[in-house]
Design a protein around this ligand. Structure first.
Ligand SMILES: [Zn+2]
Length: 266
């Protein structure tokens, strides 16, 4: 599933269409990704409008069009954005195509766990305003993070890191990378982290987010060598620090990898 940095990468794929009008909208309106969205109103209102700006927050993207029109996209498991030459033949998984003069902006989602939402109004939609502070923003302070973690004191810390209301954009691999760097066992109860561990956790969250935005988010390149990411899916994958074989188990509903030596349960 695309996480923070991958979402940022895909958001920028549509940058080529900034400042250009939408000439026509093609949408597979009956598909699940449009649930709750009035596809006819969306198509009618977006047609003829300029794409003005876009922003990513966590796993969501918001595209702003002239005339107070907003398009929200969540990539789900398999969604992605790309551009094609104008007039290209849309494939069966190309569920939303915004035709512009020089190119077409395409959202494709084969498995349809993604979501497209439309909002017409002067202010950004409520579902956008309601999400927690972005990890790169000053509002994501150690104090704010600590409060959130304490509210979920009985859950394993791995599960808490996956909660989008507190850690927008953090997904499975990022959560594992963060805990490995912070030397915290993924099963440890969130309420059992002391102040020092919370400080380390906060720094790791910021570091992993920033570093992955600079690599994956910029040009889809890999984070540097020495990250757990490169080992976690590999059979016999080892801790990059001292070559201990990684453990794996389901925690918080997701396959979790950790180093039993770095991340001792005690
Ligand atoms: Zn280790």
């Amino acid at each position: 599933m695309p996480e923070l940095a991958e979402v940022e990468y895909f958001r920028k794929r549509w940058d080529v269409g900034l400042g250009e009008k939408v000439r026509a909208v093609q949408a597979h309106g009956t598909k699940r990704i449009f649930r709750g969205t009035d596809v006819r109103a969306m198509s009618r209102r977006l047609t003829g409008q300029l794409l003005e700006s876009s922003v990513a927050r966590g796993k969501q993207m918001l595209f702003r069009f002239a005339g107070h029109n907003w398009l929200g996209i969540h990539l789900g498991m398999s969604g992605h954005l790309r551009t094609e030459a104008s007039g290209f033949g849309a494939g069966k998984h190309d569920h939303l195509v915004l035709e512009q003069k020089k190119q077409a902006l395409v959202f494709r989602d084969a498995r349809q766990f993604g979501r497209v939402r439309f909002h017409h109004g002067e202010e950004a939609p409520e579902w956008w305003a309601a999400s927690g502070p972005e990890i790169q923003s000053p509002a994501f302070s150690l104090t704010a993070m600590t409060e959130f973690v304490r509210r979920h004191a009985r859950a394993p810390i791995k599960a808490v890191l996956l909660m989008q209301s507190g850690f927008p954009g953090i997904g499975n691999w990022m959560a594992d990378e963060i805990l490995w760097r912070a030397k915290i066992a993924p099963r440890r109860k969130a309420g059992a982290l002391n102040a020092k561990m919370l400080g380390t956790l906060w720094r790791s969250v910021r570091f992993v987010s920033r570093a992955s935005l600079r690599t994956i988010g910029r040009d889809n390149s890999d984070p540097p060598k020495g990250w757990l990411l490169h080992e976690r899916w590999r059979a016999g994958g080892k801790c990059p620090i001292h070559q201990t074989v990684l453990r794996r188990a389901k925690i918080g509903g997701r396959t979790t990898a950790w180093c039993p030596r770095c991340q001792s349960a005690r």
